[in-house]
Ligand binder design. Structure first.
Ligand code: SAM
Length: 283
């Protein structure tokens, strides 16, 4: 097989790689912030790659976008104001806007080009961009949160690239501190937290930093995502108030379609593997 027919992301440090057979490269550019590529693949639809890392494919993005949004939105008692930091492909925004309780969803991505390319190559992810509750901003999410007033948001979803380049500061104590200050009383942050198999230390550091800035309760949820390193991804919720149980009845009776998420999946995603319990001293 000619290797040029494949896109391969090598996972540095893990000694592994993930490849997709490609039909053609549809687009490539260097934006002000990062290197952007779009491929048409043979079996995963279109693929967006940022700085050499796979971000989104048509076929499997639903795992990630649904698990970045619905668990937090069905855990908060009454989510009305949601911010998405990053998330420029608009898939998380689409999921958030499925919740009728949400009055305003602001997506803050540093790179407008990601959204403009998503509109062309992933139009289904952008189908809610014209919802009157949606507000798309193109600025640095770190600055946005730093400048925000207290009590201005109920849930902050950090749907960012890996902790390198412009996203590095989104994994810092200062950022969590700024999130804590602008969240409402029962407010929560949910952040993509990489792979427990490959990045356990990073998840531990994130959890420690979130606790140190005052978040009372943490939950790390697990879900499949074959496109990302190890194929097994996580999201971590940090809450100012009690996390307790999620609104299971509301989740079971949700008034919208999903492809992966449901109340049983939510429960299952909260189960903690033994090595994770040991690493984070969980009961
Ligand atoms: N699902 C992907 C993953 O985990 O690999 C992430 C989605 S991708 C659309 C993440 C977005 O984060 C990119 O569009 C990038 O521009 C944005 N981003 C990175 N650093 C940022 C920052 N400091 N402020 C706002 N957006 C940022």
């Amino acid at each position: 097989m000619n290797r040029s027919e494949w896109f391969t992301e090598q996972h540095s440090g893990a000694g592994s790689a993930f490849s997709l057979k490609i039909k053609q490269k549809l687009h490539e550019e260097q934006s002000e912030f990062q290197h952007l590529e779009i491929y048409e693949t043979e079996t995963f639809g279109n693929l967006m790659v940022i700085d050499g890392c796979t971000m989104v494919s048509t076929r499997d993005n639903f795992f990630y976008h649904e698990m970045m949004s619905h668990p937090a939105l069905f855990t908060h008692p009454d989510p009305k104001r949601v911010w998405i930091i990053g998330g420029g492909d608009c898939g998380t925004l689409r999921e958030v806007l499925k919740h009728q309780s949400v009055e305003q969803a602001v997506q803050i991505d540093i790179d407008e080009r990601v959204t403009r390319l998503a509109e062309i190559y992933f139009p289904e992810l952008c189908e809610s961009n014209n919802d009157p509750r949606a507000d798309l901003k193109f600025i640095d999410g770190i600055k946005w949160v730093k400048d925000a007033e207290p009590n201005s948001v109920d849930i902050i979803i950090v749907d960012s690239t890996d902790p390198v380049g412009p996203a590095l500061g989104l994994f810092s104590k200062e950022f969590y501190h700024d999130c804590f200050n602008c969240l409402s009383e029962n407010g929560m942050v949910v952040q993509q937290s990489e792979s427990a198999l490959y990045h356990l230390k990073l998840i531990g550091e994130m959890r420690d930093a979130m606790s140190a800035t005052g978040f009372k309760h943490l939950q790390t949820l697990f879900f499949p995502q074959c496109l990302y390193p190890s194929g097994w991804w996580s999201a971590t919720i940090a809450s100012k108030g009690d996390l307790g149980k999620f609104r299971e009845l509301d989740s079971a009776n949700k008034q919208f379609d999903t492809t992966y998420y449901n109340a049983d999946i939510h429960k299952a995603a909260l189960a903690q593997p033994e090595f994770v319990k040991k690493a984070f001293n969980l009961k």
